[in-house]
Design a protein around this ligand. Sequence first.
Ligand SMILES: N[C@@H](CCC(=O)N[C@@H](CS)C(=O)NCC(=O)O)C(=O)O
Length: 205
Amino acid sequence: MIDLYSVFTANGQKIHVMLEECGLAYRAHAVNLYGGAHKTAEFRMLNPFARVPVLVDHGAGVTVAETSAILEYLADKTGRFMPQGAGGRAEAQQWLSFVAANVGPLFRGLFKFGAAMPDNNPAAVKFFMTEAEAAFAVIDGHLEDRAWLAGGEYSVADIAFYPVAATSAKQLPQGVAPYTNLRRWMDVVAARPAVVRGMAVLAPA
Ligand SMILES: N[C@@H](CCC(=O)N[C@@H](CS)C(=O)NCC(=O)O)C(=O)O
């Protein structure tokens, strides 16, 4: 059995979608971030970085945090959603890293300085917004002549980016409206039954 400690945000949704795509049995536990549940000594035993999501695979004796590491772990475990050739695999890891290490933190900054502290630091908001829009423009351009982000197939790279486009991008003034190729790709990903199920996991009642 797999236990997933998570929240209803893009970072959580990446893993919810992957688990649903892989058809793995799991229990999703909502972590009360506002109550500081992730800062306890008990939680830091699972993830020293005090962040969600964290996955505990009891059968394998594995505990893993960081969305890109969790996605790669599940891809290795199931043999799914990671292109098999060296080139395709490297490409998937490149886009996975770009989303987790670059795009994700931009939206974290935008939330912290924008939604969480409105009008407190307009320069910071402008910086994070401009960078996030530039990242979306890069991904939109990349999708101009391809159906998927990497390796010519649906992969962990698409699974990592879809929740960011569907959820986090709402923080941008125009959302995903300016990005035609991205919206075409989103429509295809959104129609997958596992994506529909995964995006709804831990949704507030
Ligand atoms: N780099 C991490 C980011 C995870 C992250 O920022 N999670 C947020 C929730 S979406 C969190 O735990 N925030 C708690 C905090 O910042 O104290 C990953 O990819 O897993």
